[in-house]
Design a protein around this ligand. Sequence first.
Ligand SMILES: NC(=O)c1ccc[n+]([C@@H]2O[C@H](COP(=O)([O-])OP(=O)(O)OC[C@H]3O[C@@H](n4cnc5c(N)ncnc54)[C@H](O)[C@@H]3O)[C@@H](O)[C@H]2O)c1
Length: 379
Amino acid sequence: MSKKIRLGILGGGGNSLVGILHRIAAKMHNKYNIVGGVFSRDWDSNIEFANEIKISPSRAYADYEIMIERELKLPEDQRMQAVSILTPNFLHYPMAKSLLENGFHVICEKPLTTTYAEAKELRSLVQKSGLVFAVTYTYTGYPTIRKIREMISQGAIGEVQKVDAQYYQGWINPIIHKSETRMDTWRLDSKKSGISCCIGDIGTHAFDMLEYLTQLKIDRVLADLNYLYDDNKMDIDGSILIRCTNGVKGIIRTSQIATGENNNFAVMIYGKKGGLKWEQENPRVLYYMQEGKEVQIIESDNINNDLLTKDTILPPGHPDEIYDAMANIYNGVAKAINKEAYEHSEFPTIIDGVRGMNFIESVVESHEKGNVWITIDNK
Ligand SMILES: NC(=O)c1ccc[n+]([C@@H]2O[C@H](COP(=O)([O-])OP(=O)(O)OC[C@H]3O[C@@H](n4cnc5c(N)ncnc54)[C@H](O)[C@@H]3O)[C@@H](O)[C@H]2O)c1
């Protein structure tokens, strides 16, 4: 068994949504030690949180540049090897760039950057450096999702003829109707979020998931975005027609004003012989539909009882198996860093991250040009 990978974390402090998920996931397969980081931009919260999670105060840094500089001065066998970026979107690019230029493997939250151009620049840096770079499209780590991918590739539903992904949340409804409450979230601030809110935040998950499951490439989109108010410049809902390179048609439906919804991400893939349906809020259950047969309900038996908590830490709609989903991604990344054998489907890479950014910009362009077809350039 190789030594544990020394992991640093940027963002993901006590008040954050996604930090706890990464910290638990990193530990689940016993392959990482969290050794330091910058957990918050506020120094007091940063140091308080480092203490709380038992990080040596000498490894809690004021910002990522200082972190990189100081880590490089440590002996190689103590230095961080990989760093997870869990900050708001606008910080992903400068942080990832600096980490790659200084020899650190990177695990980065989605969307990869705030622009497609930045994403392509990171891709060149990864290709030049040979470092491992993962983009955490978390849901691809669910055991049932990996099973669906395998079933489709083994012909369980025959040739794919229709794809449909729906990602509905309602959490923006309470803050969107008054301009003064909109700034309660950085996701509605284009300087922090990028050119899109809903498509960047959750539409990218749907896009990545459809490509992951079917192994098809989506190459054209026609989008109708919804902003609700003229003085709101960030999309909060959108319907997107899609076409894949082989002509397969489908739809991505996303919303953050689906009032009352928590994290209703569902995927339906239909082939000539049958269909497969999966819902994130009940992720162990897979519906397998075949022409002329009763619906088969396949339940994954992969539940980790140690992680069942009495009260949930994550917001409603994120069932406990999501820890396994993220842990599977971290496990794949560890194999790559340790140069062990792994399947390329074990974690989303920089390529998936770049495609995600290409998707976001194409969708916004389609809407702004009057709902026209835009080709995703795939360059
Ligand atoms: N994969 C998923 O399913 C998923 C789910 C939620 C969020 N995300 C992504 O994770 C990222 C973070 O989202 P969130 O909802 O956790 O955000 P959040 O606002 O809840 O937390 C952001 C964290 O970053 C810290 N931070 C801000 N500026 C910083 C800086 N300069 N240096 C260090 N830390 C800093 C904040 O203090 C906070 O702890 C986003 O890119 C988001 O898109 C992904």
